[in-house]
Design a protein around this ligand. Structure first.
Ligand code: SF4
Length: 209
């Protein structure tokens, strides 16, 4: 049994898959308290659903790209069974958005993790599980959501120390909407010739769910 905050279809907003129509399953519950959280309703709201009910909704949808998000989806016992059921039902690709505070090995091999590593000014500093750096796989993406120059410099250090650019599908630097102007972040990336991708929060720009 799962606790599901909502199921909806929208454009994927925050990865290299941004812009594609996507079937979202937002699981209830989160263990962090980010200052810029845009899904506080996912902390406690929602209803209990069987995995079969979620898969039935996916099978009715014409959209075959799927994402399990939250909240923090890895907190739920039923997460692995849900991910495997969506893969079996034809989710292509299946994305899993996680804050990286729980072991990533629970994410099935056929899924792609979008790991949101929390920066010092996120309100959830030091939440990333150190052992997870070694658990990242070639198909995974890491995202740093940045509020300031201090966050940028911290993220740049993580990228270099853990050789993320060479190991992963993508490394994304995203400015917090309303806190760090995109053009300033763009200038810093260019100045350092950092091989990361600037990512704007598409769903916020377009005011999508
Ligand atoms: S991890 Fe995500 S859902 Fe949880 S508080 Fe942070 S932004 Fe919100």
């Amino acid at each position: 049994m799962l606790r599901v905050a909502e199921i909806f279809t929208s454009l994927q907003g925050e990865s290299t898959w941004a812009g594609y129509p996507c079937f979202f399953v937002r699981l209830t519950g989160c263990n962090l308290h980010c200052v810029y959280c845009d899904t506080p309703q996912a902390r406690e709201a929602g209803r209990r659903m069987d995995i079969a009910e979620v898969v039935a909704a996916f099978e009715k949808s014409p959209v075959k790209m799927a994402e399990i998000t939250g909240g923090e989806p890895l907190l739920q016992d039923g997460f692995v069974a849900l991910a495997e059921a969506l893969l079996t039902a034809g989710a292509t690709p299946l994305l899993v958005e996680t804050n990286g505070s729980r072991p990533l090995e629970r994410i099935p091999a056929g899924a792609r993790a979008i790991v949101d590593v929390k920066c010092p000014e996120s309100g959830s500093a030091n939440s990333f599980l150190e052992a997870n750096w070694a658990r990242l796989r070639a198909q995974d993406e890491v995202k740093f959501v940045l509020s300031s120059r201090a966050d940028y410099e911290w993220a740049r250090t993580q990228v270099q120390e853990h050789a993320l650019v060479d190991r992963l599908q993508a490394v994304l630097f995203s400015p917090v909407h309303g806190r760090l102007p995109g053009p300033i972040l763009a200038a810093w990336i260019l100045e350092d010739a950092l091989r990361v991708r600037l990512q704007l929060q598409l769903h916020r720009i377009l005011a999508l769910p």
